[in-house]
Design a protein around this ligand. Structure first.
Ligand SMILES: Nc1ncnc2c1ncn2[C@@H]1O[C@H](COP(=O)(O)OP(=O)(O)OP(=O)(O)O)[C@@H](O)[C@H]1O
Ligand SMILES: [Mg+2]
Ligand SMILES: [Mg+2]
Length: 567
């Protein structure tokens, strides 16, 4: 085995060769640790007899994982790394975050059935439009998955995002939102069907066999859209701007998949980062936190930088990279090679989409949510940076955010409607405007933490949905929300599309002290509980590991290695 050391920011391997600006080769023979500069990272190679000058990078370790100036035994490192990855995968699987084969099959079947519906739809449309018989015979439409399902990282709560692509004669208003809508409505598998026509990317939203589907539409100037349509084909003519925007989601997804060096690592890491964001109350684009697209690009960025890193190292590197990041410097996964459009100056974390037209991800992050995100990223780094530590458990990283311990006051936002269907529409509309309320609360109070979780108040007779947002009052003593509510209701009712002015849909806004929270509402949702996986990991840590010390500095504790358990 030999050692390399970082010198002036570069890393030199005295035994073999320089392998890159952020890597260190551990090979033979060992040299004493002389340099005080902290290494930026390590690639551990397995020494191969007879190939002394070749480097076989196996694993990348973040700098924090290995204390600087300490000699290391690569065999122990690799073993420890393997255990950490294993316990992480075990944790994710026991938390139900890895879809079962049945779930995979169920979703595939939904996609297949939607494809069939879309095929019969387009023939029907061609026939209704009296197109020539050969066109009716030849025409086809298709659907392409994108979002978390397209990336292969969906969780139990995820929807399927599927873009419906139709030929030149299929119009959005008449054929998609009317004919196809009618066909979907008549299917017994379809429920909760809604049209969202005024969104930037207009879509139908429904459940198919209980799975939520986001279903936008785009048109191509062709007679027949093949199932394997190449959406990067420069010859494709996309006739209108709405279709361009609808295509963007699929393109971004496919580009991300092309840019990550190791798809399996990317998918596994993104699943973990998403669970972390959900548990820490950071997963909701509408409420000023991350959406799936933000996390996907940030995760891909880290994977691209560290192609040799293991899944657990990638998680540490995610937190390390973005706690050090000089925001609002943008995160760019693919160099656009064209001048960048100006990011919105209010954007706290600009993230560029990795393909033409290189737009910025839409972000609702506010000053307050940015503060919380950064605090949580630093927490993530603190927990994961030294995984050799005695009390390390993955479940600490994924603990639910302890809302009731963190705030004395909560803003209660209760949305009420006469029936469930109306509640869906009403809540959808209000949620799309909640950033306005958040900004007002931030202006008025010291800090507001919009917990994205939705609750139901059993004491309210009508169908309802309730948010409890954490509130720090700062030096304020007045907690009268009436003026804020008045201003917010103006936003809700003013917009011409809302149409909610004279309906029975209501919004209640109040401030509660923690002691006034309903007894059946657990805002901390399991933060104190230990999951089954956690216990399993603890057992493993307590019973089957023994401490390992550096072979060069015998009293220096490196971590644990598995033992047969007979100690
Ligand atoms: N803020 C945004 N900016 C740009 N594109 C977005 C944004 N939000 C959503 N999209 C597009 O819509 C797609 C689907 O978004 P969605 O909200 O369903 O998240 P997701 O990544 O699929 O995660 P989830 O598992 O929560 O569904 C994204 O992949 C992206 O292409
Ligand atoms: Mg989705
Ligand atoms: Mg979606």
């Amino acid at each position: 085995m030999a050692f390399g050391y970082p010198i002036d920011g570069r890393v030199v391997d005295p035994g073999l060769q320089l392998v890159g600006p952020r890597t260190l080769v551990v090979s033979s023979p060992p040299l004493p640790p002389l340099f005080s500069l902290p290494p930026v990272g390590y690639v551990v190679t397995a020494p191969v007899a007879g190939f002394q000058n070749l480097i076989f990078p196996r694993l990348f370790f973040p700098r924090s994982f290995i204390a600087p100036r300490v000699a290391l035994d690569p065999a122990i490192l690799i073993q420890m790394e393997g255990k950490r990855v294993q316990s992480l995968l075990q944790f994710m699987s026991s938390e139900g975050r890895v879809p079962s084969p049945e779930e995979e099959t169920k979703r595939k079947k939904v996609m297949e059935e939607l494809k069939q519906i879309v095929l019969s739809w387009i023939r029907k449309v061609a026939w209704q439009r009296h197109l020539p018989k050969d066109i009716i015979d030849r025409t086809s439409a298709t659907i392409l998955a994108y979002g978390s399902y397209g990336l292969g990282v969906y969780g139990p709560e995820s929807d399927i995002d599927a873009l419906c692509i139709g030929p030149y004669f299929a119009s959005m208003e008449d054929d998609f939102f009317t004919v196809l809508h009618g066909m979907l409505q008549s299917r017994s598998e379809v429920s909760e069907l809604h049209c969202v026509k005024t969104a930037k990317v207009p879509l139908m939203r429904f459940k198919f066999n209980g799975i939520s589907i986001d279903f936008p539409f785009a048109q191509l100037r062709v007679v027949s859209v093949p199932a394997d349509v190449n959406i990067f084909d420069p010859c494709l003519v996309i006739p209108d701007e709405t279709s361009q925007r609808s295509f963007s989601g699929v393109r971004v997804n496919q580009r991300i998949l092309q840019l990550v060096p190791n798809l399996k690592h990317f998918q596994a890491m993104l699943r973990c980062i998403k669970l972390w964001a959900i548990r820490r109350g950071l997963y909701s684009n509408l409420l000023g936190f991350f959406g799936g697209i933000h996390l996907a690009i940030l995760a891909a960025f880290v994977c691209q930088r560290y192609p040799n890193a293991s899944i657990s190292a990638l998680i540490t590197l995610f937190f390390e990279t973005f706690s050090d990041w000089q925001w609002p410097n943008p995160v760019i996964l693919q160099d656009p090679s064209i001048p960048l459009k100006n990011a919105d100056e209010r954007c706290f974390m600009p993230i560029l989409m990795p393909c033409s037209p290189f737009d910025w991800c839409n972000s609702n992050i506010t000053r307050g949510t940015f503060r919380k995100i950064m605090r949580e990223i630093k927490r993530g780094y603190d927990i994961t940076k030294d995984q050799g530590r005695l009390d390390f458990q993955w479940c600490h990283l994924f603990n639910h955010f302890p809302f009731t311990e963190s705030y004395n006051y909560f803003v209660r936002i209760c949305l009420i409607a006469p029936d469930h269907d109306e509640l869906q529409d009403w809540a959808g509309w209000v949620k799309s405007r909640l950033r306005g309320l958040l900004l007002k609360l931030e202006r008025e109070y010291a800090f507001c933490d919009p917990n994205p979780k939705e609750y139901v108040d059993a004491n309210v007779d009508q169908p309802n949905l309730v948010f409890y947002w954490g509130l720090s009052l700062g030096s304020r003593v007045c907690i009268d929300l009436s003026s804020i509510k008045e201003e917010f209701m103006k936003i809700i009712n003013k917009e011409e599309h809302s149409g909610y002015k004279n309906t029975n849909c209501k919004l209640e806004l109040s401030i509660l002290h923690t002691s006034q929270l309903p007894k059946d509402v657990d805002l901390n949702y399991g933060s104190e509980k230990r999951t089954k996986a956690c216990w399993r990991i603890m057992e493993y840590y307590n019973q089957h590991r023994k401490p390992a010390y550096s072979q060069y500095i015998p009293s220096y504790f490196i971590g644990y290695v598995a033992s047969s358990g007979d100690q």
